[in-house]
Design a protein around this ligand. Structure first.
Ligand code: AMP
Ligand code: MG
Length: 418
C-alpha cells in the first residue's frame, strides 16, 4: 500500500479503478449535459430539401446575368410558395416565383433574390405582378441546400460527446428524441463521528452538526451522480464495518468523511483494509492529507477527512473525476487561469497548498487573485464565498504580491477551454 502520493497519482489510481457504467436511454432534454454512449445518426437529410434563406423571388440566375440599374431585367411573378408548401410547376423564361423563408426552392429555379432589392413594376409583388432586377445574382444564392446540416445515415453526435443545448436541437432535427447515456452513479454518503448530529437537531455540549454530508452530496450531484445521505455512524470500528459492507452492495461508489487520520478513533482505514483492498492513505495536498481509497467487493470506497475544507478538496480533486469517468466523460481536470496575487502569501509547505481564493478580472483583462484571510480547513463558509483555489506547488516557498499563481476554477466544467 502506497505512502504519501501526489494528487495526480491519487487521481490516476482512482480513475484506473472505475469504468463507465451501463447504458440507459433517456429523453433528449434529460440527456443535455451528459455523454452520448453511442454514435447517433440522422434518419434523413437535414434540411430535407433545398429552401430559401430569404423572403424574395426564385429565379433562373442566367436570366439576370445582364441586369444593371440602367438595364433592369423584368420578370412576371407567376406563383407564390410559402414555408410548408411546394411549387412543382415550370418557370418559363421571363418568369419568377415569389418565395418565403423556409419554403422549398422550386426545382425549376436555381437562385433566390431577396425581396428588398427587387423593384415592383406593377401590382403588389404577389402573383400577377411584374418585378425588376437591377443586378445579376450568383447561382444558388440565398439557398440553404438539402443535407447542409446532416446527410441521412450520417453520424451527427459521436460517442463520447457531451450534449449541449444546441445539440438537443440538432438531434431533434435528425429525428433523435432518445439518447443512450451512461447511467448516473449512485453514491452512498456516510459521515463518521460520535460528535455529529443531524442538521435538524440542536447540538448538545460536545456535539456539532453534520455539515459534510450535505456538501458532499451537493458535490456528487454537481458531478452528475445521484447521492444518498446515509445515517451518521459513530466512531466504532464494527459499526462502521457493517455500514460500509452494506453500502458497497447498495451503491456504485461509497464516500465517507471523518475518522480518516491515525487517531484512536479513526477507523476508515482499518475497515477498508479489513473488508477489501486499501490503495491510498495519504495524498500530498493541504487541506486534506488523510485521503483513504480502496475497493471493497468491486465497489470503490473513498474515505475523506472530516475537516470540511479537506473533505471538499478531496472530493473535488479526486472523487469528482471518478464519478465523471463512470458517466463516460473524458475531461477530468477543472480549467485554471494564471493570476497575479493580490497579497503576499507567507505559506510555505512541503505539501501542495490549495488556497481558497477570490479571482477577479481587471479592466485590462488580467486576472488578480485574493486568497481568503482565514485558510482554516474547518470552514465551509470561506469556500462558499470563494470562486477558485489558488495553487502553491509542493515544496516551494511563499509568494509575494504580483507573483503569478495558478487558480483552479471551481464552477467551470472540465470541457471548457479558457
Ligand atoms: P476527523 O477527520 O474525524 O478527525 O475530523 C476532523 C474534524 O472535522 C473534527 O473537528 C470533526 O469534528 C470535524 N468533522 C468530522 N466530520 C464532520 C462532519 N460530517 N461535518 C462537520 N464536521 C465534521
Ligand atoms: Mg472524527
Amino acid at each position: 500500500m502506497a505512502e504519501m502520493i501526489s494528487l495526480e497519482e491519487a487521481r490516476d489510481l482512482v480513475l484506473s479503478r472505475v469504468e463507465a457504467l451501463d447504458v440507459e436511454t433517456v429523453g433528449l432534454l434529460e440527456a443535455v449535459g451528459r455523454v452520448a454512449a453511442a454514435d447517433l445518426k440522422s434518419d434523413i437529410d437535414v434540411s430535407p430539401f433545398a429552401h430559401s434563406a430569404m423572403d424574395g423571388f426564385a429565379v433562373h440566375a442566367a436570366e439576370l446575368e445582364a441586369a444593371s440599374p440602367k438595364q433592369p431585367v423584368e420578370l412576371d411573378v407567376i406563383a407564390e410558395v410559402a414555408a410548408g408548401e411546394t411549387y412543382d410547376g415550370p418557370i418559363a423564361a421571363g418568369q419568377c416565383v415569389r418565395i418565403m423563408t423556409g419554403a422549398p426552392l422550386p426545382d425549376a429555379a436555381d437562385a433566390v433574390v431577396k425581396y428588398e432589392i427587387v423593384d415592383v413594376v406593377s401590382g403588389d409583388g404577389k402573383p400577377g405582378s411584374r418585378v425588376a432586377f437591377t443586378a445579376a445574382t450568383k447561382l444558388r444564392s440565398n439557398i440553404r441546400e438539402a443535407g447542409e446540416e446532416a446527410k441521412a445515415g450520417e453520424t451527427v453526435v459521436s460517442r463520447g460527446e457531451v450534449l449541449g443545448s444546441a445539440g438537443a436541437g440538432f438531434l431533434a432535427g435528425c429525428g433523435i428524441v432518445e439518447v443512450p447515456v451512461h447511467r448516473r452513479p449512485r453514491v452512498g454518503i456516510i459521515s463518521i463521528g460520535s460528535e455529529l448530529v443531524d442538521p435538524t437537531d440542536l447540538p448538545t455540549p460536545g456535539k456539532i452538526r453534520n455539515s459534510n454530508s450535505y456538501a458532499l452530496a451537493a458535490c456528487a450531484q454537481a458531478a452528475g451522480a445521484i447521492p444518498e445521505i446515509l445515517p451518521i455512524v459513530a466512531d466504532d470500528e464494527d459499526a462502521l464495518a457493517a455500514v460500509v459492507a452494506q453500502a458497497v452492495k447498495d451503491y456504485d461508489f461509497v464516500v465517507t468523511s471523518g475518522g480518516a487520520s491515525n487517531g484512536d478513533f479513526d477507523f476508515i482505514k482499518p475497515v477498508v483494509e479489513r473488508l477489501g483492498e486499501l490503495l491510498i492513505t495519504t495524498v500530498n495536498m493541504r487541506p486534506g492529507k488523510a485521503q483513504t481509497f480502496g475497493v471493497v467487493e468491486g465497489t470503490p470506497v473513498f474515505g475523506l477527512p472530516g475537516n470540511p475544507a479537506a473533505a471538499y478538496c478531496g472530493f473535488e480533486m479526486i472523487i469528482r473525476p471518478a464519478l465523471r469517468k463512470m458517466q463516460g466523460y473524458s475531461s477530468f481536470v477543472r480549467p485554471s487561469v494564471m493570476a497575479k496575487l493580490a497579497a503576499d502569501t507567507k505559506k510555505s509547505d512541503k505539501r501542495r497548498l490549495f488556497l481558497r481564493s477570490t479571482l477577479r478580472k481587471e479592466a485590462d483583462g488580467t486576472y488578480v487573485v485574493e486568497p481568503a484571510k482565514n485558510q482554516s480547513s474547518g470552514l465551509f463558509g470561506v469556500i462558499q464565498r470563494s470562486n477558485c483555489m489558488a495553487v502553491l506547488p509542493e515544496g516551494e516557498g511563499g509568494r509575494t504580491k504580483g507573483d503569478l499563481v495558478e487558480c483552479v476554477l471551481l464552477d467551470v466544467a472540465e470541457e471548457t477551454v479558457i
